[in-house]
Design a protein around this ligand. Structure first.
Ligand code: NAD
Length: 441
């Protein structure tokens, strides 16, 4: 192996911490940087500040190797790194659908002030197309070695819950570059990944930026497509799970992301499609992706429909009723509650007067901080105690394995809504439950 570049990872949240840890395990010297000092302390102490299967073991390994450290100092980062990965958040702005670029701009500005020699700054965050070009100007103007610093874009596709495997062996790498030198730097920064035969697409900056939002838009569209079919099924008595299964046999369609249910959430898909639609409008091509607003609308209507189903099962009104909400995270194997459909439904039912008890195997603490008005159970059975209606909102494996007979003994009435098509209706009905699911008779 030729001499490996030294890497910094700026922003050590879900994406950055995972990237920093995995790169160190793969043999690189890595410095993680964040403005959140408590996060840095926890990471240096060997504690992953969020739930991600396999990552704590990888962190221990990386720290033991002596190749990984975390700091709050950008001066140290500038001194240390040959390749700097920007992994800070790009949430939705409070006042519009656009991406909030405050953190990207602040981190690049802080880093640039300490870039005194040739270096590559690589954006990994999901950003509006045109960001890399804008940051290039910013770095040129502010870095002491501005004319020797290049920008590149390497969008990230990892899935929470599978972050380690997606980082160690992604489906593909995308390198947006403006010079052969930048491409060579990226190739050496991903040497062990490329050595496994992972395909790499080398392209320009703007295409690389667009690949990420195009991919997320496609995935969101696929989910909302089948959920739109669920709406039609509901009006006709058809069964959307049979429909989806029949569609999935067609290779051109495929079954992945064709699962009907409560819809998508999280820190990526919802804000990414909104930011993309907004950016396209700025560029004068709003019409081209205007359908993404419809995709968003279909997705939000699934949450409203789930609330309606609870109302129906509760006899038209939830005031004074007890509802058990199984799940809070936006998906299983994660403690991430950003724009989580589950919590949205639970909070809406609470506002309607229900007493809602939530249980999530990993996200109870995060949920409690965001929604202290809800009650929290210590287990699914605990949450279901005396419930008038149980509603499954996140498809954790342990919920799939619930014994309907055992849960039936603790509830007030055997009524369940399967918001994720995770349960076997026949088993629940056989145990005397009224079972309802979105898009199914
Ligand atoms: P996150 O909120 O978990 O982490 C962001 C981190 O950046 C935080 O630790 C924060 O303290 C830090 N930060 C903020 N301002 C900073 C600054 N000026 N300097 C240094 N650090 C700073 O977010 P995330 O989920 O890791 O997402 C990061 C980016 O990656 C986003 O653009 C997101 O869309 C994209 N992305 C995320 C995922 C995912 O699954 N989470 C997947 C692909 C892409």
């Amino acid at each position: 192996m030729s001499k490996l570049p030294r890497l910094t990872v700026i922003g050590t949240g879900y994406l950055g911490a995972t990237h920093a840890i995995c790169m160190a395990v793969m043999g690189y010297e890595v410095l993680g940087v964040d403005v959140d000092a408590s996060k840095i302390d926890r990471l240096n102490a060997g504690e992953v500040p969020f739930f991600e299967p396999g990552l704590p073991e990888m962190l221990a390994k990386a720290l033991d190797s002596g190749r990984l450290r975390f700091t709050t100092s950008f001066a140290e980062a500038g001194e240390f790194g040959d390749v700097h990965f920007i992994c800070v958040g790009t949430p939705q702005r409070k006042d519009s659908e656009a991406a909030d670029m405050t953190y990207v701009d602040a981190s690049v500005t802080a880093l640039a002030g300490h870039l005194t020699r040739k270096a590559l700054v690589v954006g990994k965050s999901t950003v509006p197309v045109g960001t890399a070009a804008r940051l290039t100007e910013l770095v040129r103007a502010t870095a002491p070695a501005g004319d020797q610093v290049e920008l590149a874009w390497n969008p990230e596709f990892l899935r929470e819950g599978f972050a380690v495997e997606d980082t160690m062996k992604p489906d593909r790498l995308v390198f947006g570059v403006t010079s052969p030198w930048a491409e060579a730097q990226l190739r050496s920064a991903f040497q062990p990944v490329l050595a496994q035969g992972v395909p790499v697409k080398v392209t320009d900056l703007q295409t690389a930026e667009l690949v990420k939002v195009a991919a997320n838009s496609f995935l969101a569209t696929k989910i909302s497509y089948i959920n739109a079919m669920a709406e039609v099924c509901e009006a006709t008595g058809a069964d959307v799970t049979d429909l989806a299964e029949a569609l999935a046999y067609d290779d051109r369609i495929g079954g992945k992301f064709l699962r009907p249910g409560l819809g998508f959430g999280g820190g990526c898909l919802p804000k990414d499609i909104r930011a993309f639609a907004h950016r396209a409008e700025e560029l004068g091509v709003g019409q081209a992706v205007g359908f993404l607003r419809e995709i968003d609308g279909i997705n939000r209507r699934r949450r409203a429909r789930t609330v309606d189903l609870v109302l129906e099962l509760a006899g038209g009104d939830v005031a004074g009723k007890r509802v058990a909400a199984l799940g809070a995270a936006f998906k299983p194997n994660s403690d991430d509650i950003r724009d989580a459909p589950a919590l949205d439904v639970a909070a809406t039912l609470h506002r309607m007067g229900a007493t809602v008890t939530v249980f999530d195997p990993a996200a109870n603490d995060n949920a409690r901080r965001a929604h202290p008005e809800l009650r929290y159970g210590a287990s699914a059975l605990d949450a279901a105690m005396d419930a008038d209606v149980v509603v499954l909102l996140t498809e954790w494996t342990e919920f799939r394995e619930i014994d309907p007979e055992i849960m039936g003994q603790v509830v007030t009435s055997r009524k369940i809504i399967d918001g994720r098509h995770a349960l076997i209706p026949a088993s629940w009905r056989a145990a005397g439950w009224e079972y309802r699911a979105l898009g199914r008779p």
